[in-house]
Design a binder for this molecule. Structure first.
Ligand SMILES: [Zn+2]
Length: 301
């Protein structure tokens, strides 16, 4: 039995990840790139050289109105923070030198005339990434959340950079895994959410203490509610946070370089992230969760 087969049996969430992945990849290939998305009203655009490569950016005046900071400045700050993480010595050299073309659009809301996968439109995510580095951000979902509850401008402003960092992280992970990336959605979202935490240590714009407290709190809630094998990655914010904290735990316990060694393992022999953690560092998922809860406690969260 291969490690991958064992992983499927061990991790019930994996089937769900495959389902999501199948939905995402069974969409027609005809899709608007960020620079082709129809935008209403006054359109702005800019090109700048970020430390991660040239960025072409489009946004509308309406999006600007929702934030104290315009999307250009939020993207500049997010790319700087992400590149500071990638320059760390524990990060593999292919990521240290990442330099690719980025194509980003900030929509006010999702246009019904845009050619985009329905699954992405129907979800309430504030942004998404399509390989290799096409990023779509929905302003109203960032500023108001999915329930339409209004947040104060300052929070929405910081949140905008956080959302951009999250999407940059998906593109960064794609560089490591290629098409393998979306076979395990729980890992992909965990990586991107953990990357927000990493980047917040390297940017004054991102609110490190707020991002950390929120992620730890939601991860703890998820572990208590769905301990061990009861956990199924359902795309909720608690599930995102829980997966992110598995990454944080791994980083804290074994060092940042170990996270990328796990990626080498997955690249060499595809296996769900959680089953790699259980196989390498714990005897079963319940023991892993216990360790992670101890880690959360040790952070004073
Ligand atoms: Zn994501």
């Amino acid at each position: 039995m291969t490690k991958f087969t064992r992983g499927i049996i061990a991790s019930s969430f994996f089937l769900l990840a495959v389902l999501f992945s199948t939905i995402a990849h069974s969409q027609p290939l005809e899709m608007d790139k960020p620079d082709e998305i129809p935008l209403g009203g006054l359109i702005r655009s800019d090109t700048f050289n970020s430390p991660l490569g040239p960025v072409f950016l489009r946004w509308t005046r309406e999006v600007e109105g929702k934030f104290g900071r315009d999307p250009l400045r939020a993207t500049i700050e997010a790319s700087r923070a992400a590149s500071r993480v990638l320059r760390l010595s524990s990060v593999p050299s292919e990521l240290n030198n990442l330099y690719i073309n980025w194509n980003i659009v900030f929509m006010d809301s999702v246009s019904s005339s845009a050619k985009l996968p329905k699954g992405l439109i129907d979800q309430c995510h504030p942004g998404w990434m399509l390989p290799p580095a096409h990023i779509y951000i929905v302003g109203e979902r960032v500023s108001e959340g999915c329930g339409g509850q209004q947040k104060i401008q300052k929070v929405a402003d910081k949140r905008l950079s956080q959302v951009v960092v999250h999407e940059l992280a998906h593109a960064i992970e794609y560089q490591m895994l290629g098409a393998e990336q979306w076979r395990d959605r729980s890992r992909a979202e965990g990586f991107a959410t953990w990357f927000e935490l990493l980047a917040s240590r390297h940017s004054s714009l991102l609110d490190e203490s707020m991002i950390k407290a929120s992620a730890f709190k939601r991860a703890r809630e998820s572990i208590h509610r769905y301990p061990g094998n009861n956990f199924v990655f359902d795309g909720s914010s608690e599930a995102y946070a829980r997966m992110a904290i598995y990454f944080s735990w791994l980083e804290s316990r074994y060092g940042l370089a170990e996270v990328f060694r796990v990626y080498d393992d997955i690249r060499n022999e595809p296996e769900p992230f959680l089953s790699v953690l259980v196989r390498k560092y714990a005897t079963d998922i319940s023991r892993l969760d216990k360790e992670v809860l101890k880690y959360i406690d040790s952070q004073g969260m």
